[in-house]
Ligand binder design. Structure first.
Ligand SMILES: [Zn+2]
Length: 445
């Protein structure tokens, strides 16, 4: 009998210890606030659904609804109205800073919001007369919704693990990125792409789980683990993109990214499209005469570009020029320029008078072919004088279009995602992948 009580007592103690332990663990769990979607306009309606119903808190009172779907209308900055699906008003809820919606079965149920599902809870934030929805959830659950949006979930597990650790480190390093707007990170490429519960995939959840809590550190501090789609064969040092030198974000030769799907690209713009894009960015030039690469970084990326116009010459960084032309089509700054000239502008009738047999401007430089041989010049406008010193013909080497032929996709700093996949295919482990792309870092809990 006595032994039985001792056993029961021990079981109780162990049980209690287990709960105290999980409780204290739970307290240490990192939460994150992620803005989802665009801002919401006043008077718009947010449709939410769940399988267990909702608890709506506004720090003054708590309202529980067993309805599986609700519409929340943003009536005024002071309050929201909640309607059932038949448009019957259920309640008015006063807006406070802590306006939060959770499911009744918090922990197992998810909230669908405008047909996309999220773990955790939903907050509606009002900030300077803009409204937005913020998803409040555990960091590890947030990563479930990030990794499959950042890398194909069918990638080898070691690449998925590397991506999970990079995304976790990036998130923890950037928790204050949007803090002045009342949340930590946004769900777009500006921070990390996050698709919520709807985006989750089994393989990427496994990669998050098996690397739980693991981050990258340099000198005991979590690193800014930036990454990009493909380096095109050479990653870039941070100072060449963002101006600040970061010891672990340095250029490395990256043979693993050479055959990535976006490794080779080219895009052509007419002269007038480039002029219009520059003007939209308040770079007001008259006629565009030429675009030249002035210098390149160690990785071969364009550092400075020279835009020569009829009225002025403008110097731009490669990244600035890329963003002016559109970051998604103009995939990187690792490019060269090919030009197509407008041959209609040559006054061919007077060529023979000067002993000129042909003028070839097709290859990007101007070649004047005379009886004495080829004379190449590279200039925007060439005047050929006759015997009396008068301008006889004017070759206006107007560039009709510029083609940009490039490699890689993204800013090129930190881990190349396709490079990581290729390394994993070749048998490298997640720590080898991370050590390759981030210099002198430690991989730790
Ligand atoms: Zn952001």
């Amino acid at each position: 009998m006595k032994l039985k009580y001792i056993r029961l007592f021990t079981v109780c103690i162990l049980f209690a210890l287990f709960f105290i332990n999980t409780e204290s663990l739970a307290e240490n769990e990192q939460y994150i606030d992620v803005k989802i979607g665009d801002n919401i306009a006043l008077n718009s309606t947010i449709s939410i659904s769940s399988t267990s119903g909702f608890v709506i808190n506004n720090s003054i009172n708590s309202y529980t609804s067993n309805e599986k779907a609700l519409n929340i209308s943003l009536i005024s900055p002071e309050y929201y109205s909640i309607f059932d699906l038949n448009n019957n008003k259920i309640s008015d809820i006063k807006y406070t800073d802590n306006f939060e919606i959770t499911t009744i079965d918090k922990g197992t149920d998810v909230i669908s919001i405008n047909n996309k599902s999220y773990r955790g809870s939903i907050k509606i934030i009002m900030n300077n007369n803009s409204y937005y929805i913020v998803n409040h959830l555990l960091l590890e659950e947030y990563l479930y919704g990030v990794v499959p949006r950042e890398i194909p979930s069918s990638s080898p597990i070691e690449a998925l693990k590397a991506q999970a650790i990079a995304a976790r480190s990036y998130a923890l390093n950037n928790l204050s990125r949007h803090i002045k707007d009342g949340y930590n990170l946004c769900d777009s490429t500006h921070c990390q792409v996050y698709g919520g519960y709807s985006a989750e995939k089994e393989n990427t959840n496994i990669a998050v789980n098996v690397t739980k809590g693991i981050v990258l550190k340099y000198n005991d501090k979590i690193i800014d683990a930036v990454f990009h789609s493909s380096s095109g064969g050479y990653t870039e040092s941070s100072e060449n993109v963002w101006g600040n030198k970061t010891p672990y974000l340095v250029a490395v030769k990256d043979p693993f990214s050479l055959n990535a799907p976006n490794s080779n690209w080219n895009i052509t713009f007419t002269n007038s499209v480039i002029v219009n894009n520059l003007r939209k960015d308040n770079i007001n030039i008259q006629d565009l005469i030429d675009i030249q690469v002035l210098d390149r970084t160690e990785s071969g990326r364009v550092k400075t570009i020279k835009v020569i116009a009829s009225d002025k010459t403008v110097l731009l960084s490669g990244d600035k020029f890329r963003s002016i032309m559109g970051n998604s089509n103009f995939k990187s700054t690792l490019f060269s320029i090919e030009k197509k000239y407008d041959t209609s502008r040559i006054l061919k009738s007077s060529l023979s008078k000067n002993g000129i047999e042909e003028i070839d401007i097709s290859s990007g430089t101007v070649s004047i072919i005379t009886k004495d041989g080829i004379k190449s010049v590279d200039n925007s406008s060439i005047n050929i004088l006759d015997d009396k010193g008068q301008s006889d013909i004017n070759i206006d080497t107007h560039v009709a279009s510029f083609s940009f032929v490039g490699k890689g996709y993204g800013h090129g700093v930190g881990m190349s995602q396709y490079g990581a996949i290729e390394m994993a295919k070749e048998g490298y482990s997640f720590d080898q992948i991370l050590q390759f792309y981030y210099k002198d870092i430690n991989i730790m809990q």
